[in-house]
Design a protein around this ligand. Structure first.
Ligand code: A2P
Length: 339
C-alpha cells in the first residue's frame, strides 16, 4: 500500500469541495490516506466520508507535508498562496481556480481530451473554467474529424458556479419577489430571481468579460488551437441552481453533415446525445444535475455558416465543470504514475 498516494481535499467544506467528496466516494480512486483542509473558520468541524468521521484541518504550509496529490477548490487567492508551497513539498496540486490556468508551465486538462499534457506538469495542474470544460468533450471529437475554424458560444450559467452565497441568494430573492417585497442583491449585481444577467466576472478592455475570455483562451490552450481559430463567447447568468447550458455555433474547415456529426457524438466518451425533436427531446439543466455526461441536443446544420453546425450542450457545472474533472485528473495522475 505504501506507493498509493496520500490525498488532501482543499476547500472540502465548499460547494465544489463537497461534490469532490461525493465523487470520490462513487469512484474508485485508490489512496493510502485522505485529509480534508479548509480555512480556520471550519477547522475542527467533522466531515463524514465513506462512513468515517474526519476532522477538518486548517490549511497551513505544514498541512501539505507528506501529501502526494491535493484536489483544490478554495478560490484563486488560496491557490495562489498554497499551490507553490504544496508543489515545493512534492505534492501535485490539482487546482480548480483560474489562478494558474494560462501559466505556460501549468497543464490545463480535461481528462479524456488532452491527458498527454499532464506529463508536462511541474507540480500544478489546472482544471478549466466550467463553461469551457463541458464543451471540450464534444468539440474535441468534432475537431478531430472536421477541424474547427470559428466558434460562437452563448452560455446560460447556473448560480452554483458562483458558490454557496449565490445559491442562497437565488432562494431568498425568489421568496422575497413572490411576496412582493424589495430585494437588495449582494452576490450578483442585479436581482437574479425571474431575471437573466449578461455579466459573469468583471469586464476586460475589449468589452468581453473575463468569463467570456476564459472560454476563448482556455479552449485554445486545451485543444492546441492557434490564433487563426476564432472563438467568441457571451456568458449569461440564469436563475437555475445547477447545470450550465450553452448554445454553440461552429464553422469547420471540412464539410459537415448534422446527421453524421450526431452519430459521431453518440460514440464519444463522456457525451450523451439527447436529440429527437419529433418527440420534443433535447437536454435541459434539470435533467443534467447530479449526472456525469455532457448532454448534446438540437444538433442541426447551420444556416449562418457554410460547413457549420449548431448544437445545445448541457452539463452539471459542479461535476464535469469542476469536481468530476478534478477527480478524473487525479485518477489519470495516479494511473500515469505522475506523482
Ligand atoms: P471555509 O468553509 O472554512 O470557509 P465556496 O466556493 O462554496 O464558498 O467554498 C470555498 C471553500 O474554500 C470552502 O471550503 C472554504 O473553507 C475554503 N476556503 C476559503 N478561504 C480559504 C483559505 N484562506 N484557506 C483555506 N481554505 C479556504
Amino acid at each position: 500500500m505504501t506507493n498509493l498516494p496520500n490525498i488532501a481535499v482543499l476547500g472540502a467544506t465548499g460547494v465544489v469541495g463537497r461534490e469532490i467528496l461525493s465523487i470520490l466516494e462513487e469512484n474508485k480512486v485508490e489512496y493510502n490516506s485522505i485529509k480534508f483542509l479548509a480555512s480556520a473558520r471550519s477547522a475542527g468541524q467533522t466531515i463524514e466520508f465513506k462512513g468515517e468521521k474526519h476532522t477538518v484541518v486548517e490549511t497551513t504550509p505544514e498541512a501539505f507535508d507528506g501529501v502526494n496529490i491535493c484536489l483544490a477548490s478554495a478560490g484563486g487567492e488560496t491557490s495562489k498562496k498554497y499551490a507553490p508551497i504544496a508543489a515545493s513539498k512534492g505534492c501535485v496540486f490539482i487546482d480548480n481556480s483560474s489562478a494558474f490556468r494560462m501559466d505556460k508551465d501549468v497543464p490545463l486538462v480535461i481528462a479524456g481530451v488532452n491527458d498527454e499534457d499532464l506529463r508536462l506538469h511541474k507540480g500544478i495542474i489546472a482544471n478549466p473554467n466550467c463553461s469551457t470544460s463541458q464543451l471540450m468533450l464534444p468539440l474535441k471529437a468534432l475537431d478531430n474529424k472536421y477541424k474547427v475554424k470559428r466558434m460562437i458560444v452563448s452560455t446560460y450559467q447556473a448560480v452554483s458556479g458562483a458558490g454557496l452565497k449565490a445559491i442562497n441568494e437565488l432562494t431568498d430573492n425568489i421568496k422575497t419577489n413572490l411576496v412582493g417585497m424589495p430585494y437588495e442583491p449582494s452576490a450578483f449585481k442585479y436581482e437574479i430571481a425571474f431575471n437573466v444577467i449578461p455579466q459573469i466576472d468583471t469586464f476586460c478592455e475589449n468589452g468581453y468579460t473575463k468569463e467570456e475570455m476564459k472560454v476563448t483562451n482556455e479552449t485554445r490552450k486545451i485543444l492546441h488551437f492557434d490564433e487563426n481559430v476564432k472563438i467568441s463567447c457571451t456568458a449569461v447568468r440564469v436563475p437555475v441552481y445547477v447545470g450550465h447550458s450553452e448554445s454553440v455555433s461552429v464553422e469547420f474547415e471540412n464539410k459537415i453533415d448534422a446527421s453524421e456529426a450526431r452519430e459521431l457524438l453518440k460514440v464519444t466518451d463522456g457525451v450523451e446525445v439527447v436529440d429527437d425533436i419529433d418527440n420534443f427531446v433535447y437536454p435541459t439543466p434539470k435533467d443534467a444535475a447530479g449526472k456525469n455526461p455532457v448532454y448534446v441536443g438540437r444538433i442541426r446544420n447551420s444556416i449562418a455558416f457554410d460547413n457549420g453546425l449548431e448544437f445545445f450542450c448541457v452539463a452539471d457545472n459542479l461535476r464535469i465543470g469542476a469536481a468530476l474533472n478534478t477527480v478524473r485528473i487525479a485518477q489519470k495522475v495516479i494511473e500515469m504514475g505522475l506523482y
